[in-house]
Write a protein that binds this ligand. Structure first.
Ligand code: XUL
Ligand code: CO
Length: 436
């Protein structure tokens, strides 16, 4: 039975098409910098927003019509939902999807029952993957919704909660492995705190690191070679999330000997909540070799929380792709739409409009960023801006061959710096506009 009977397979029709159910810009076979857009972008649909979102907000109940879903927390409903999900992803033409354990299968009354539920739905997911060729970009475990996690999971002050979370992650890694998942994500959830009066921050961070090492040991023991990813987020639900931004995550990774184990999954709305741009977070991770994957979405300038909207802003996607192209792509990571339709967009077809818009926006960003890179307009400007370090005193500074004493005598002799140039910010903003 078709769950989206009025939606055909979404095809690329080019920029002149007026068909809302077609790509105007995402042409999966088009080659950009030596790779197809399909391979560069590696789009993924997220299970939690797209198939479990209901449209509730703090002031109102569910609005979203999902005719295939009976609204129950039964395993049968979870299994039936897989068919709708895979019909959607297949028609959209996204090569990947992502899930939390609790998105795909209901929590049971006991750990054993939860494990059984997850295993049952996982075999249905495996069948659907084999039938459609859709692959798992990453799996993760929901360590934040159940009341047992009210104080956190790996950072809970209660050791039994830590143990429960470990059992959950153990199975989530095993099922991710079984389904050929290419990455495994850790988002802190409630790994953070509200008040230091009741919190031993050092002990909590030590526990979080212990948890990661155990996850890695288990992954190795079962032969899972996928990439582990941390997903920085500064606040919400806790006031102080330990994985605040890329810099805080990298400090944690290096402090606890996790350098070879974890990279970062950078999300736009989390970057902006941290007071950064997405481009800043991407470049900060990339330049140190830690850019693993992205959660593509956007916040709202006028709203101060994680609204997780679909990205449609071409400036944003161009900035993302300037960094991603510089890295040569994201594989084995990808571009996961951790994004939801707004509660007023309640019809199933709105899910298509939302994803098509996000994919087209990223395709345009890719093409624009590639054109900017081909002309070298930014790269040449930046190279020129730092040229004083290419030889002479600058080269000695970079090589570690200069001392403060030498720099002092250099400057005493010279008297004053020369060659200071304009930063040309307005000019460069105009240049970017020329490419849009
Ligand atoms: C929460 C968030 C999560 C992670 C996966 O803000 O982004 O959905 O992506 O746990
Ligand atoms: Co996310």
């Amino acid at each position: 039975m078709a769950h989206f009977p009025n939606v055909p397979k979404i095809e690329y029709e080019g920029p002149t098409s007026k068909n809302p159910l077609a790509f105007k810009h995402y042409n999966p076979d088009e080659i950009v910098e030596g790779q197809t857009m399909r391979d560069f972008l590696r789009f993924a649909v997220c299970y939690w927003h797209t198939f479990r979102g209901t449209g509730t907000d703090p002031f109102g109940s569910a609005t979203l019509q999902r005719p295939w879903d009976d609204g129950s927390e039964s395993v049968e409903n979870a299994v039936n939902r897989v068919d709708a999900a895979f019909e959607f992803i297949e028609k959209l033409g996204a090569p990947f999807y992502c899930f939390h354990d609790r998105d795909v299968a209901p929590e049971g009354a006991t750990l054993a029952e939860s494990q059984k539920n997850f295993a049952t739905v996982a075999s249905k997911l495996k069948e659907a993957q084999q039938r459609t060729g859709i692959k798992l970009l990453w799996g993760t475990a929901n360590l934040f919704s159940h009341p047992r996690y009210m104080h956190g999971a790996a950072t809970s002050p209660n050791a039994d909660v830590f143990a429960f979370a470990a059992a959950q992650v153990k199975q989530a890694i095993e099922i991710t492995h079984e389904l050929g998942g290419e990455n495994y994500v850790f988002w802190g959830g409630r790994e953070g705190y509200h008040n230091l009066y009741n919190t031993d921050m050092k002990r909590e961070l030590d526990h979080l690191a212990r948890f990661m090492h155990m996850a890695n040991d288990h992954a190795k023991s079962i032969g899972f070679t996928g990439q582990f990813l941390f997903e920085p987020k500064p606040k919400e639900p806790t006031k102080h999330q330990y994985d605040f931004d890329a810099a805080a995550c990298l400090n944690f990774i290096r402090s606890y000997g996790l350098e070879d184990v974890v990279k970062l999954n950078i999300e736009t709305n989390h970057a902006t909540l941290a007071g950064h741009t997405m481009m800043h977070e991407l470049e900060y991770a990339r330049m140190q070799g830690y850019l693993g994957s992205i959660d593509a979405n956007t916040g709202d300038l006028l709203l101060g929380w994680d609204t997780d909207q679909f990205p449609t802003d071409i400036y944003l996607t161009t900035q993302c792709m300037l960094v991603i192209l510089k890295q040569g792509g994201l594989a084995p990571g990808g571009t996961n739409f951790d994004a939801k339709v707004r509660r007023e967009s309640f019809e199933p077809v709105d899910l298509f409009h939302a994803h098509i818009g996000g994919m087209d926006a990223f395709a345009r960003g890719t093409r624009i960023a590639a054109a900017i890179r081909a002309d070298g307009v930014l790269d040449n400007f930046v190279a020129e801006r730092y040229a004083s370090y290419n030889d002479g005193i600058g080269k000695k500074i970079e090589n570690g061959a200069a001392s403060f004493a030498e720099l002092e005598s250099y400057m005493l002799e010279k008297g004053t710096p020369n060659g200071i140039q304009s930063g040309r910010q307005e000019y460069l903003e105009n240049v970017i506009n020329d490419y849009l």
